[in-house]
Ligand binder design. Structure first.
Ligand code: FEO
Ligand code: CA
Ligand code: CA
Ligand code: CA
Length: 678
């Protein structure tokens, strides 16, 4: 979630404390050989899922098995910035693309800067608060493709002419609330590059919206069970809408994954909450935007507002919406290439506040794995391992969602325990799993579906390691190492563990691990610690300077060249006083010692971590994708304060001028048309 809407409640009351503080300054520098893992060409292809699905294969030039990228960052780290404009290195330009409200088709009214667009306009336009995204090339093109964009949440003051209408604590205007629901979800838009400008292809048949109300299929263990029966879906096979779509992922078979993060805030149970509702944080007073307060309105259709109140009111689940929230909290799969295809919620990957979803090293004949972090204080990191083994023919399936059924509906969900000796253990979440108290999960749950419904509660029982807010995950295409951002945790006041070693962790860190031969084992270290440049030695453990100081890492992505991009969503004054949120770049596989062992960021190599981009005032920088030719890099600017002023993202809003802020994609290109960053 964003710092804007972050709920600081500690929902994990389990007090899991696997290890007392044992970290000394050297613990993060493990002596495990990380280079030379002999990653195969297939792995590098698979790691980015571009080997099929109508796409070109930008990875053809990588995956040479050397274990180290050849990329050299050929730009100067830029200073911090505190303006209503984006900053890019010299020789680069930045364009605003598809801001909130951009119509998808000729039927849609154009965006109005007074907030007066209707809910129907919004249904046919880009949603608000862009977040994770991915570019899917059409016909192997570098300049024509589909951009899928998450819309995490809304700024109701910007969405409406003068904010939301609330009278006596309740919403009174139906179209206002419908507009808010329609501003959530995902956009799929076709975009093309012409004359050095990317534009949306108006009225393309593949342009479409998935909103907070769109009907979606449930699949996997929770689908078609009593747990998902509602008055709307009496067989428990469907759910309406996807909400709070934060990080994203994509699959080796060419689909988009959108992650439901802070969805509990959209539901309320003013009666007696279930154990699971308490654990995940469904409130007992009201919801974030009060949509449920329009329940029973004369204009209400198909219980569109009633469903957000999950207190049982009927005699059974078929009569009410007690199970409505059980259709939320998942990884949702979308086939961008197929018109009118329905989204599928993949329940096997767990139900929690999913930040992102990233598939790991792909090997023929081996399971496909996905990683996903639960972004809340003291929550956990999860891995899903498919039952089916990877068949490279599935990179180009005749039906992409059928490939999803094969690899995402059946498998084992694990949660991570980070041991103090730099090893780690994946703990399975099945009925047979042993709990820390000596029983099994079968003592607490009747089915796998019940375990998934309360994934975090099951993870408490098996002894997972509470982390400092797991955000995005990404895989190094050269080494296979997996990286995860832990954005911050200022509530960590008396209980560190080796993987989260700082009390009052205001600035966050990036952890990484390598899988071992056994599915249950891994080794890990901490790649970099966020810090202000003037932090003391315990704070500035990675020796950052003004030119790369950062805090609260959040978005995280390797591009296929082995460049790691780190984005921030920071609220710590020590760094916000120097710079707005930003994006940095580094090539981790090249940070090695004389023996080829991978190193972490420290005094000797910190200059290799370079600031590439700074966003405008008030924003967070999030979402990453790059064109197959590496000449167009896309990032999202979420919740800017007073921007954009024009289509030139680097044009500052003049002093004294106020614009209605619009989350936007920013496309960064080189003036000379060359590859980005190298
Ligand atoms: Fe939506 Fe965890 O950031
Ligand atoms: Ca985020
Ligand atoms: Ca965040
Ligand atoms: Ca966010």
């Amino acid at each position: 979630m964003s710092k804007e809407t972050f709920n600081s409640t500690r929902f994990n009351k389990s007090k899991n404390k696997p290890f007392e503080e044992v970290l000394d300054a050297n613990l993060s520098r493990r002596n495990v050989l990380k280079g030379g893992l002999g990653i195969s060409a297939m792995t590098a292809f698979g790691a980015f899922g571009l080997s099929g699905c109508n796409s070109s294969s930008p990875n053809a030039s990588v995956g040479n098995g050397s274990g180290a990228s050849s990329a050299v960052l050929n730009f100067d780290s830029i200073p911090g910035s505190l303006t209503d404009a984006v900053s890019v290195p010299q020789g680069y330009v930045a364009q605003v693309l598809v801001p909130w409200g951009t119509p998808l088709n000729a039927q849609g009214s154009s965006w109005k800067d007074d907030g007066s667009n209707t809910s129907t306009d919004q249904l046919n336009a880009l949603g608000m608060h862009h977040d994770g995204m991915h570019f899917f090339p059409l016909d192997d093109s570098d300049t024509d493709g589909l951009l899928c964009i998450n819309h995490e949440y809304i700024d109701t003051s910007a969405l409406h002419p003068s904010g939301p209408t609330i009278v006596g604590g309740v919403r009174t205007i139906v179209d206002e609330v419908r507009k808010e629901i329609n501003a959530h979800g995902v956009s799929v838009v076709r975009i093309q590059l012409e004359d050095n400008m990317w534009t949306l292809v108006d009225n393309d048949p593949l342009n479409r919206r998935y909103t907070g109300a769109t009907v979606m299929d449930l699949s996997g263990p929770v689908a078609n069970t009593e747990l998902t029966v509602t008055r709307f879906s009496q067989d428990g096979s469907q759910a309406r809408g996807t909400l709070n779509n934060c990080g994203n992922g994509f699959t080796p078979w060419g689909t988009y994954l959108t992650c439901e993060e802070n969805w509990p805030g959209y539901f309320v149970n003013t009666g007696i909450r279930t154990e699971e509702q308490n654990r995940i944080g469904i409130d007992d007073q009201n919801t974030r935007y009060l949509w449920e307060t329009l329940a029973g309105n004369a204009e209400e259709r198909l219980d569109e507002f009633t469903r957000f109140d999950v207190e049982p009111t009927g005699t059974s689940s078929i009569d009410d919406y007690r199970n409505e929230a059980n259709g939320h909290g998942y990884i949702v799969e979308i086939d961008p290439y197929t018109q009118n295809s329905r989204a599928k919620k993949r329940t096997a990957l767990g139900r929690f506040r999913h930040e992102g979803c990233t598939f790991g090293k792909l090997e023929e004949g081996q399971p496909v794995v996905f990683y996903s972090g639960h972004d809340s204080r003291f929550e956990y990191l999860y891995k899903f391992e498919s039952t089916a083994n990877w068949d490279p023919a599935d990179a180009n399936p005749s039906n992409r969602l059928t490939a999803g059924d094969k690899y995402m509906d059946e498998g084992t969900l694990y949660v991570a325990r980070f041991n103090e000796d730099s090893t780690g253990t994946w703990l399975p979440l099945t009925l047979e799993s042993t709990t820390v108290s000596g029983g099994t999960l079968a003592d607490n749950f009747n089915s796998l579906a019940e375990i998934i419904l309360n994934t975090a509660g099951a993870a408490d029982l098996v002894g997972a390691t509470p982390m400092d807010r797991p955000e995005w995950c990404t895989v190094d295409p050269y080494t296979g190492s997996v990286y995860l951002t832990l954005t911050n945790n200022t509530s960590r006041t008396d209980e560190t563990n080796a993987a989260n070693p700082r009390l009052n962790n205001k600035f966050g860190h990036v952890i990484r691990w390598d899988e071992s031969e056994a599915a249950s084992d891994f080794t890990w270290d901490i790649f970099v610690f966020g810090s202000p440049a003037n932090g003391d030695a315990d704070t500035n453990r990675s020796s950052l300077t003004d030119m790369n100081q950062f805090a609260s890492p959040d978005g995280l992505a390797f591009d296929p060249r082995g460049i790691l991009w780190i984005q921030t969503d920071n609220g710590a004054d020590e760094v916000t006083s120097y710079t707005n949120d930003q994006m940095l770049a580094v090539v981790p596989s090249k940070l090695t010692d004389e023996n080829g062992t991978q190193e972490v960021v420290g005094a000797d190599n910190q200059a290799e971590l370079k600031r590439f981009f700074v966003g405008p005032n008030g924003c967070e920088v999030t979402g990453f994708t790059i064109s197959p030719d590496y000449k167009s890099l896309f990032v999202n600017i979420q919740h800017p304060g007073n921007w954009p002023y024009s289509t030139d993202a680097a044009e500052e809003t003049p002093s004294g001028v106020s614009v209605r802020p619009r989350a936007s994609t920013v496309v960064i290109r080189r003036e000379d048309g060359g590859e980005i960053a190298v």
